[in-house]
Design a protein around this ligand. Sequence first.
Ligand SMILES: NC(=O)c1ccc[n+]([C@@H]2O[C@H](COP(=O)([O-])OP(=O)(O)OC[C@H]3O[C@@H](n4cnc5c(N)ncnc54)[C@H](OP(=O)(O)O)[C@@H]3O)[C@@H](O)[C@H]2O)c1
Length: 225
Amino acid sequence: MQIGILGGGSVGQTLGAGLKALGHEVMLGIREVTPETLSQPRAQARPLGDWQGATGARVATLAEAAGAAEIVINATNGRGSLEALRSAGAENLAGKVLIDVANPLDFSRGMPPFLLSELSGPTSLGERIQAEVPEARVVKCFNTVTAAVMVKPDLVPGEHDLFLCGNDEGAKEVVRDLARALGWSRFVDLGDIVGARAQECFLPIWVRLWMTGGTPLLGYRIVSA
Ligand SMILES: NC(=O)c1ccc[n+]([C@@H]2O[C@H](COP(=O)([O-])OP(=O)(O)OC[C@H]3O[C@@H](n4cnc5c(N)ncnc54)[C@H](OP(=O)(O)O)[C@@H]3O)[C@@H](O)[C@H]2O)c1
């Protein structure tokens, strides 16, 4: 499939490389494609020019990546995600499965981050994205694990769950299929896109577990009677 990834950080690069390795065509979108942005160092990720050379995937603008895609992944910083989707263009997202991996985290006061007030409480980033692009089939998924685990769940030993939610059942099945190809087998469906409130609330817990346990290689396992 043709997959468009919005965002060139650790998540965009890791998911892009993992999906390309599975045989998908991947185009990764950033705001500006220039020699400077392709060579600029990125936190916990490579310069995108190096990533492009290593993976054989393409770096393009947000609108090009979304326009060419059958499936779009939002891997932008949560604070900028709505603006990123506006730049990608509603017409380039209409009818498409849009996997929202982003978290609305505020790092302005250092660690630990907290949820951005305008994107939490009685709303969530996932819901705001669905409202921003009503014709896209938004599925919130992968946001509760670190990038490396998204494409290699067995980095965390034992069985653990991948959460997802969204309004479109068919879109959720498309996302489960993509995740299965990456090695995921256990899914917890949190219902419609309102479930994004709960999914995004896992992040403060996740960050705390990382800080106290010393490893980002974490997974959740839900058990019930
Ligand atoms: N890191 C992880 O392991 C992890 C795990 C789960 C979920 N997440 C979530 O996944 C998302 C990506 O995380 P990340 O660590 O890869 O990188 P990040 O630093 O959070 O985001 C990087 C990307 O966001 C883009 N961006 C920021 N503001 C934008 C705006 N206003 N318009 C368009 N694009 C904008 C940047 O674009 P330019 O390149 O054009 O500057 C950059 O490519 C975040 O929401 C994060 O919370 C991360």
